[in-house]
Design a protein around this ligand. Sequence first.
Ligand SMILES: N[C@@H](CCC(=O)N[C@@H](CS)C(=O)NCC(=O)O)C(=O)O
Length: 212
Amino acid sequence: MKLYGFFRSGTSHRLRIALNLKSLSYEQVSVSLAKNQHHQDEFKALNPQGLVPVLETEQGLLTQSPAMIEWLEEVYTEVALLPKDPFEKAKVRALAAIVGCDIHPINNKRVLEYLRNNLGQDENQVLAWCAEWISKGFEALEALLQQDQTRQNFCYGNSATLADVYLIPQVYSAKRFKVDLTPYPTIVSIYEHCMQLEAFQKADPAQQADAI
Ligand SMILES: N[C@@H](CCC(=O)N[C@@H](CS)C(=O)NCC(=O)O)C(=O)O
């Protein structure tokens, strides 16, 4: 498989974690968001939306990280990232969706550029925007994680799931946007636990060949 992505893209980071947890081998192709390579025709031929990541599989190209991760989950079943029980599965997907649907999309590069370039916001205002939506999402996540009495060192149960695949890149991004994480001790402890595992360490943005 070939993963087109960028080292600090949260959605590319998700894919690297999922692929590593499932011990799948993949080649990485860097599409620099810093150099706006995602806007170039060559990349748009792969994804007309002009967003990373793109996953090249033997069957063809996949876009949208949730679709890619669900595809990996259905095809490579040896290491499961979702519980079998439909209700428990929905609970894990809900934790992931707080990040995937309600935090990440409104802190994306193109949204922040619109705030700067079209709405005239300065860097402090942009950082305040990011902190607001990350904090709102993390408040809810922290509460849900604390309510779960059966949870161990991960977001759910005693092994990594889809929820951790989504959460860890979002914590990386929160640190990058200088969000105070002290109100979220459970999230921080899950992050610290996951970062002891090779699958997460190898996926970390700082470890990628295109890190700048
Ligand atoms: N829903 C998409 C979102 C993809 C996405 O937003 N990718 C970001 C990087 S994390 C991107 O390419 N941003 C470029 C931009 O905003 O200009 C997915 O999950 O794959």
